[in-house]
Design a protein around this ligand. Structure first.
Ligand SMILES: Cc1cc2nc3c(=O)[nH]c(=O)nc-3n(C[C@H](O)[C@H](O)[C@H](O)COP(=O)(O)OP(=O)(O)OC[C@H]3O[C@@H](n4cnc5c(N)ncnc54)[C@H](O)[C@@H]3O)c2cc1C
Length: 393
């Protein structure tokens, strides 16, 4: 049963909406979490959880479960076919989580949903936010439910409703950026892989990058940027990508495709993370290339940061203007992530033998400089953005 009013209405129960709901529940803040889907999505999508995200999730009581279900990797290698260009290591990170955690997004969402349920929280499913109207001290949201239309008044509405966010649209917030040319192939495959199961490999190739990363269930995640691809890439498509961009020895043999998808991407960031009583988290606020596996991670940290600030404002410990600090903290983090994934994509897709040779030489030299390597490791793990997130705590 939906209440007619609440302190915080969260639209969207993806990883970011679930995270926000857990944190608000723990803080004792009244909220409603709605999602138009009748059940959680069961596709693996984002497959990496980074150290900073795990740190942010620790107080929510989910980090240990994620770590127990995931696969810990300590190495991330940049490669040009058989030539290693740079080896990054996470076992020296200044964190309790000195690794990249590989875990499919549907598993992450199951862990988050189970934690919310254990705290007595609920995801109201099959309920679509159809309209959002701002008022002086809150917002009125029209919900389409299986029992007809309902109106809920909320002091704050948070859009965790993904790239095509209704909340962002209702707030009149521009989503600056552009669509990516081309597409990405994503596939979870079973295969013989000559490099084993201990590193994430990012291959640079003239036609686009290729990422190969082991997953906890014995399969591998493949991500490749392509000009065009079928909607559900098959075994031959994935094998061709690995043959053209992966190890030149041809030792990689795909046995089967567990799940595959093709998706088109955008590089976009919301011009503001807040308009009055409407706030944005996750893909509603920023989207970018999956290079470096940052999308979901950045969104989860948005949610944890916003939860702390909202709790203080709803309890009356801080003025409403305190929430302006949320965008001030988190928007620069998304800008950094977009810059990082754009740089990786640009490096990966350098064309022409002369430019590729220059790139390879540059990366090989950079790879010998411990400080430069550490900077990249801190960026990828999200720990470089940790201090800003702490300011809000
Ligand atoms: C095919 C694919 C592959 C990806 N691969 C990667 C990857 O390799 N690495 C990576 O980091 N990221 C990847 N991503 C991105 C990652 O999945 C997102 O960053 C992450 O899901 C964002 O979480 P979110 O909670 O912000 O939004 P979402 O996961 O999009 O969740 C939004 C939720 O809001 C609900 N909703 C939307 N509108 C309404 C409404 N009006 N009313 C009610 N509910 C609504 C939706 O049903 C959905 O459940 C991928 C995404 C896709 C689609």
């Amino acid at each position: 049963m939906l209440s007619a009013s609440t302190d915080v209405l969260i639209v969207g129960a993806g990883p970011t909406g679930l995270t926000l709901a857990i944190a608000l529940r723990q803080a004792g803040i009244g909220h409603l979490l709605v999602d138009r889907l009748p059940e959680g999505q069961n596709t693996s999508r984002a497959a990496v959880v980074h150290a900073h995200t795990l740190e942010a999730l620790e107080p929510l009581g989910v980090a240990d479960t994620l770590v127990a279900r995931g696969l810990r990797l300590e190495r991330f290698a940049l490669r040009d076919r058989d030539r290693p260009l740079m080896q990054l290591r996470f076992d020296g990170l200044p964190s309790a989580h000195r690794y990249i955690l590989m875990i499919p997004q549907d598993e992450t969402e199951r862990v988050l949903a189970a934690r919310l349920a254990a705290l007595g929280g609920t995801v109201h499913r099959g309920i679509t936010a159809a309209a959002v109207e701002q008022e002086a001290d809150g917002a009125r949201v029209t919900l389409a439910t299986p029992d007809g239309e309902r109106t809920v008044r909320a002091r704050y509405v948070v859009g965790g409703d993904g790239m095509k966010s209704l909340v962002r649209e209702a707030a009149g917030i521009a989503f600056d950026g552009a669509a990516f040319e081309g597409a990405f192939v994503l596939a979870d495959v079973r295969m013989d892989w000559p490099l084993g199961r201990s590193e994430v490999s990012l291959y640079f190739a003239p036609d686009g990058m290729l990422v190969v990363a082991p997953l906890p269930n014995g399969s591998f995640r493949i991500v490749a940027e392509v000009a065009d691809a079928p909607a559900e890439p098959g075994l031959a498509d994935v094998q061709a990508l690995i043959d053209a961009r992966g190890p030149a020895t041809g030792a990689a043999q795909v046995q089967s495709v567990v799940w595959s998808s093709r998706f088109h991407l955008h590089h976009r960031i919301a011009r503001s993370y807040r308009s009055g009583r409407l706030l944005l988290i996750g893909d509603a606020a920023h989207v970018h290339s999956p290079a470096g596996g940052q999308g979901m991670n950045t969104g989860i940290v948005d949610a944890v940061t916003l939860a702390g600030m909202l709790a203080e404002v709803v309890r009356g410990e801080r003025p409403d203007a305190w929430l302006d600090g949320y965008g001030a903290l988190r928007r620069p983090a998304a800008e950094q992530v977009i810059a990082l994934s754009s740089r990786l994509t640009a490096l990966a897709t350098t064309r022409g033998p002369a430019r590729q040779a220059m790139r390879n030489a540059f990366l090989s030299i950079l790879g010998t400089l411990p400080l430069a390597r550490r900077r990249i490791e801190m960026n990828l793990s999200g720990l470089a953005r940790r201090d800003a997130a702490r300011l809000a705590a």
